[in-house]
Design a protein. Structure first.
Length: 248
């Protein structure tokens, strides 16, 4: 759990730079297309697409670009043909690394991912070597300064949540994939505003690392996310809070 929460925190700190690079727009546009291709263009019946649209709006992707990406995904408009691929391996300290990518050239992408991994203290592994450590779940986060644990837990459990985890400044609500939309709607009906809501890969267990190893893992994951074909990077590390504090 900690790897997911800490990495989201780090991503938030670097999001301004990513927006300036245009990388965030590229990633959310690809996800819109992939989500629409996989489940159709109606966000009311496609939870992944609804989550993708929310993410696109959060980074201020214009509405016309959102609509265009969805139509490309459904085939209503001609668009690029991306394959969804996953790469698995290990980072510094032996932590698990799971990379989700969308590419039009698998040979190029796997070569680039392998190079990034080896250059930053990691190593590519065989398919399935770490994937079993992660499970696709719905995750909603609520700021602690707005909501108490009892309030989050009461609404969450009423609408299919599996657990409420204490993750520093936020409560993380975890749901099974099929219960994600029900939980989201339940919180909205209760007037509770979440900071983030997404379908993501959550590690079953975390690996504690020291500050030096944690810094190396962050460099690896940032290098992977900077690749144009990479959509998301997941890990199961547990990073000491003092490392985040030092990062400012």
């Amino acid at each position: 759990m900690a790897g997911h929460s800490k990495w989201k925190n780090i991503q938030a700190r670097k999001s301004v730079q990513d927006v300036k690079k245009g990388k965030t727009f590229t990633k959310v546009t690809k996800e819109l297309m992939l989500a629409a291709r996989a489940g159709g263009g109606d966000p009311n019946t496609n939870a992944r697409l609804k989550s993708a649209i929310a993410a696109a709006k959060a980074v201020n992707l214009p509405k016309d670009k959102i609509d265009t990406a969805v139509k490309k995904g459904t085939g209503e408009l001609a668009g690029e043909n991306f394959d969804e691929v996953a790469y698995e391996g290990y980072g510094p300290g032996g932590v698990a690394i799971l990379v989700e990518a969308a590419t039009d050239n698998r040979n190029r992408t796997v070569a680039e991912i392998r190079h990034i991994m080896s250059k930053n203290g990691g190593a590519m592994g065989e398919a399935g070597c770490v994937g079993w450590m992660f499970e696709k779940k719905g995750v909603l986060t609520f700021a602690k300064d707005k909501y108490g644990e009892d309030q989050v837990m009461e609404v969450g459990l009423e609408h299919g949540a599996e657990e409420v985890a204490d993750e520093g400044d936020v409560w993380e609500v975890h749901t099974a994939l099929e219960a994600f939309e029900t939980a989201r709607q339940g919180f909205e009906a209760a007037g509770m505003v979440f900071d983030d809501a997404e379908i993501t890969m959550v590690p079953a267990n975390s690996v504690a690392v020291d500050a030096e190893t944690g810094a190396k893992i962050i460099r690896l994951m940032e290098a992977l996310e900077d690749n144009d074909d990479v959509q998301k990077v997941h890990s199961n590390f547990d990073l000491p809070d003092d490392v985040l504090d030092q990062m400012g």
